[in-house]
Design a protein around this ligand. Structure first.
Ligand SMILES: Cc1cc2nc3c(=O)[nH]c(=O)nc-3n(C[C@H](O)[C@H](O)[C@H](O)COP(=O)(O)O)c2cc1C
Length: 130
């Protein structure tokens, strides 16, 4: 899982796909944080992406860096603990301009039943489950 976290952080940007009825939706994301042994991402409850995840927690993310890419498929589960939000905001202090632990908007989700696939041209894909 740390390898997944490090790849996503090094890539800087990943693309998060959600399901909106029968329409896939995708957008750039950057937040990723390990807390309490799980891999978290952050968003705001007001966003469509949040509403889509609450309706259907199955997501996939993809990032590319230096000729290699990763896909992580799984479910996102909201963690409503203040300390989970705090850990994320501490990892991204710039986010505090827009978010805070107690604003009623900030939310963090962790991956459950995740399958990460590392791929590079000319190499066999490597699968990690967490
Ligand atoms: C490089 C980059 C990183 C971003 N990271 C995040 C993020 O971690 N969390 C988030 O909620 N929005 C992030 N955004 C903003 C979302 O992409 C944007 O709010 C998007 O419209 C949300 O999707 P939605 O419109 O389907 O709700 C990021 C945007 C960019 C350009």
């Amino acid at each position: 899982m740390k390898r997944v976290n490090d790849f996503l952080k090094d890539a800087g940007v990943y693309y998060l796909a959600t399901v909106d009825q029968d329409q896939p939706r995708v957008r750039p994301f950057g937040t990723v944080n390990i807390f309490d042994g799980k891999l978290y991402i952050q968003t705001g409850k007001v966003k469509d992406v949040s509403k889509q995840i609450h309706k259907n927690p199955k997501v996939e993310i993809c990032a590319f860096k230096d000729g290699a890419w990763i896909r992580v498929a799984g479910e996102l589960i909201e963690d409503d603990r203040r300390e989970a939000r705090e850990s994320m905001l501490n990892a991204y202090p710039d986010l505090r301009k827009m978010y805070s632990e107690d604003d009623g908007n900030t939310e963090v989700f962790y991956f459950k039943n995740a399958t990460a696939t590392f791929t590079a041209f000319g190499k066999e894909p490597e699968v990690i489950k967490f």
